[in-house]
Design a protein around this ligand. Structure first.
Ligand code: ARG
Length: 461
């Protein structure tokens, strides 16, 4: 018999390579709070169901609490020989309380143990990320309210399209993040069933109470099928998918910050708190945090792909492949937390260069659509014809290097004789933006109302 916990039928020691590939303690040690919490719930249930004596259950619970203190204080020694967090805790329990420790694993397997630990861990992550996203929404909505009337160019194809306001632009991200939060909450709802008591794969012959452990651990109910309980990782996949989509949104925001802070755009600037310098070019102010938010989306998206690929070929029930679920998930959710914090920090830190934005909003004939709309409204032209007329006027302005509002009335009448002086009222960027009062549109009055309603909603949460 070898010294392994599972070593009853083994004679020889494991090869060093097997140990190296098998060991997970280096990364799964972070599951210790969940592992101990689940063990405490399990042993309380074993006692309540008369499966373990009160005396043993007390010893086990005391031992677990002591182990928790040891880990918290840094006194606990994790051993790679013991493979994973579950066996590290159990081995220490045996050292502390002797043979009674062996009763903790009654009606349980590492397969349901790891499943419950991982669900609890991911659930905690979801709750933390939700709070962070709430914070980011608040930062964005506050800035949006302050910049509700700051005119900026709206882009399509990264070409000036129509004027919008900076507040309107920021509120677009508040909406995206709201959906991200919804996706995390959906994942949480489906995740919140307890696999504990599924044991290795088939359930157990002991008279356990799975409702009791589920309740103790804050789950809505126990999972209904023992095979599914130990095989399922879609709770992690869903969470990683939500993380990947969220990271994509943050990456787009980060990309915009990178663009906006260039000297070519100069729409916003970041303070020294969020800027780094160059070791050779003294003038440089680099938006490294934004670039890394953009860059880290790669590994966050990658973690989802990796776990999908790990899972797709696995027959039911547990296979050791599934131990590969953790590192990517940890890395993804750690990275996302960092990205949200950075996005939030930059949002609060950025100062807006309203003049630059306004000037850029007027460039590129951004009010051409307003001119076309005026032709429809004032002269009754069909929109397609108005589009043509406007296109010819833009051509004239471009040839002379003038903005639309700088043309003479006679120039305009040369293209369409019925145009009157009134048209100049719609050619300015402020007027353009103020006219976008349709629901969800860019008008400052809309933006103000939306920002206020978001802030109210966020405060109430
Ligand atoms: N460390 C393992 C994991 O992460 C725990 C479950 C091991 N189960 C087993 N039958 N070997 O998946």
């Amino acid at each position: 018999m070898t010294s392994k916990i599972w070593g009853g039928r083994f004679q020889d020691a494991t090869d060093a390579v097997l140990e190296a590939i098998n060991v997970s303690i280096d990364f799964d040690k972070r599951l210790w709070p969940q592992d101990i919490e689940a063990s405490l719930a399990h042993v309380a249930m074993l006692e309540a169901c008369g499966i373990v004596s009160q005396a043993d259950a007390e010893k086990i619970a005391d031992g677990l609490v002591r182990i928790r203190q040891e880990i918290e204080s840094g006194a606990f020694v994790f051993s790679r020989k013991l493979e994973d967090i579950h066996m590290n805790v159990e081995a220490r329990l045996a050292e502390l309380i002797g043979p009674a420790a062996g009763r903790l694993h009654t009606a349980r397997s590492r397969n349901d143990q790891v499943a419950v630990d991982f669900r609890l861990y991911i659930r905690d992550c979801i709750d933390r990320i939700d709070a962070q996203l709430h914070d980011l929404q608040q930062a964005l909505a506050e800035k949006a309210l302050a910049e509700a009337a700051s005119v900026m160019p709206g882009f399509t194809h990264l070409q000036s399209a129509q004027p919008v306001t900076f507040g309107h632009h920021l509120l677009a991200y508040v909406e995206m993040i709201s959906r991200d939060r919804g996706r995390f909450q959906d994942a949480r709802r489906r995740l919140n069933e307890s696999p504990l008591g599924a044991a290795a794969l088939a359930g157990t012959s002991f008279p356990i109470d799975r409702e009791m452990t589920a309740r103790a651990l804050g789950f809505d109910r126990p999972t209904a099928n023992s095979l599914d309980s130990v095989s399922a990782r879609d709770f992690a996949l869903e969470t990683l998918a939500a993380a990947a989509i969220c990271a994509t949104h943050l990456s787009r925001f980060a990309e915009e910050i990178v663009l906006w802070t260039t000297s070519q755009f100069a729409f916003v600037s970041l303070s020294d708190k969020f800027t780094t310098g160059s070791s050779i070019m003294p003038q440089k102010r680099n938006p490294d945090a934004a670039e890394l938010v953009r860059g880290k989306s790669g590994r966050i998206i990658g973690a989802l792909q990796a776990l999908l690929i790990v899972m797709k070929g696995l027959p039911l029930a547990y296979s050791k492949d599934m131990q590969e679920d953790k590192e990517g998930a940890f890395d993804s959710l750690d990275s996302l937390a960092l990205c949200i914090a950075a996005a939030c920090g930059m949002t609060r830190d950025m100062t807006v260069n309203a003049q630059r934005m306004r000037a850029a909003a007027g460039a590129g004939y951004a009010t051409a659509t307003d001119l076309a709309d005026w032709l429809v409204r004032a002269l009754g032209l069909p929109f397609r014809e108005a589009h043509h007329v406007t296109g010819r006027i833009v051509g004239i302005a471009e040839a002379r290097g003038l903005g639309l509002e700088e043309l003479e009335l006679s120039d305009l009448q040369g293209v369409e004789p019925r145009i009157t002086e009134d048209v100049f009222g719609v050619l300015g960027v402020e007027r353009s933006v103020e006219s976008r009062t349709s629901y969800g549109g860019a008008a400052p009055s809309n933006v103000r109302a939306q920002a206020q309603s978001w802030l109210k909603r966020l405060e109430a949460e």
